[in-house]
Design a protein around this ligand. Structure first.
Ligand code: CNA
Length: 346
């Protein structure tokens, strides 16, 4: 990214990325940047204890191997869920955000709103931690939905919150209570193969209005959110804070890639903005007061849930193989009896 040569010569001890971030921070402070559009993904919540999808070894897709799914994404695909919801609910208790607290990266988005520079935020996350952190609900879209409500995937009837929590806590599939339906209940998260909320199309029109786009904690591999950074006008800076490079960020001269953890990245950005103390105070005030959801006390870890589900699926497979062998032998005996008995022939 090329800002002024003055910026660069003033801070020769700093990396290019720090100089660029400082230049952007100065433009926010002096009011040249007032419309920040944020796009976030699973990487802003890994520090809260929720694994992302694709990080090697720690990501959910690698952890799901013992379940022998047709492919890892199947657990979140609507066509797989519609006939086999068990694996989703087997791990749901460990992924439910009941007892999780927002990270300082969530707090940074809330602070942008407090400073009146948050134009709009798009999150692909379903944990709802932005809301817990106080990001105003009219400034954010949960593009992939969240866990805060649920309905039957088949007849779309609402399902009570307390029954849902009980099912998740026990690792059981909740079924619709409507007469003659019996469909599996699904939290209102968008599965692969489902449409995004209707307002997504409307909200994405806000992206070209941005005078800064901040992308955090996403591999930019899931469409259509992965396409949002391309809607930013040429000449407008895009800042990526992520462990690795993602999407096409870095391909434009105005792009800044701050590689490393999201929490370190936002702290660095807040230092340059002179907002660090305010950021830490805002975060602590929420984290210290957020009450644990007692329903989720002592739930097993994700690894324990996966190991248990793998054992159960193995058991079921043995049972269904047993049934198959029993049926085969039963049919074999019947056929032998039929062959042995003379039947009436014309
Ligand atoms: P992803 O494809 O797993 O990518 C995550 C990205 O974040 C990767 O590039 C990682 O390198 C990076 N990353 C991980 N931890 C950190 C960290 N601490 N600091 C900086 N970078 C980090 O996930 P995406 O969000 O890109 O994919 C979109 C999917 C993920 C959506 O459908 C979500 O619903 C889904 N998801 C959501 C959650 C959640 O709600 N917390 C968790 C897991 C997956």
């Amino acid at each position: 990214m090329a800002f002024t040569t003055e910026n660069r010569s003033q801070a020769t001890a700093h990396t290019d990325e720090e100089i660029d971030l400082q230049a952007i921070a100065s433009r926010i402070k002096n009011g040249q940047i007032t419309r920040v559009v944020v796009l976030t993904g699973a990487g802003i919540s890994t520090a809260a204890g929720i694994p992302d999808f694709r990080s090697p070894n720690t990501g959910l897709y690698d952890k799901l191997a013992p379940l022998n799914l047709p492919y890892p994404e199947a657990i979140f695909h609507i066509s797989y869920f519609s006939h086999t919801p068990e694996p989703f609910y087997a791990i749901a208790q460990a992924r439910h955000p009941g007892n999780l607290k927002p990270t300082i990266s969530h707090a940074f988005i809330a602070l942008l709103a407090k400073k009146n520079v948050l134009h709009f935020a798009f999150t692909q996350n379903i944990d709802g931690l932005e809301q817990d952190m106080g990001v105003p609900v009219d400034k954010i879209i949960w593009a992939h939905g969240n866990w805060k409500s649920q309905h039957c995937w088949k007849c779309k009837a609402e399902y009570p919150e307390d029954s849902m929590k009980k099912a998740i806590r026990e690792g059981e599939v909740p079924y619709c209570q409507q007469p003659e339906c019996g469909g599996a209940v699904k939290p209102n998260v968008v599965f692969f193969g489902q449409s995004l909320p209707l307002e997504f199309d409307e909200k994405q029109k806000l992206v070209p209005e941005a005078d800064l786009m901040l992308v955090m904690g996403t591999s930019l591999k899931v469409a259509p959110c992965s396409q949002l950074p391309r809607l930013v006008k040429e000449g407008t800076p895009r800042v990526l804070i992520n462990i690795e490079r993602s999407g096409d960020i870095g391909s434009r001269k105005e792009d800044v890639c701050v590689l490393g953890s999201c929490d370190d990245g936002v702290r660095k950005f807040a230092d340059k903005l002179g907002w660090r103390d305010e950021l830490e105070a805002l975060w602590s005030s929420v984290v210290e007061t957020k009450k644990d959801d007692r329903e989720f006390e002592g739930v097993p870890s994700l690894d324990e849930c996966i190991a248990k589900a793998a054992r159960q699926m193995d058991e079921r497979l043995k049972i269904s193989n047993g049934h198959k062998r029993m049926l085969e032998s039963h049919l074999g005996n019947k056929l032998a009896q039929i062959k042995a008995k003379p039947t009436m022939q014309p």
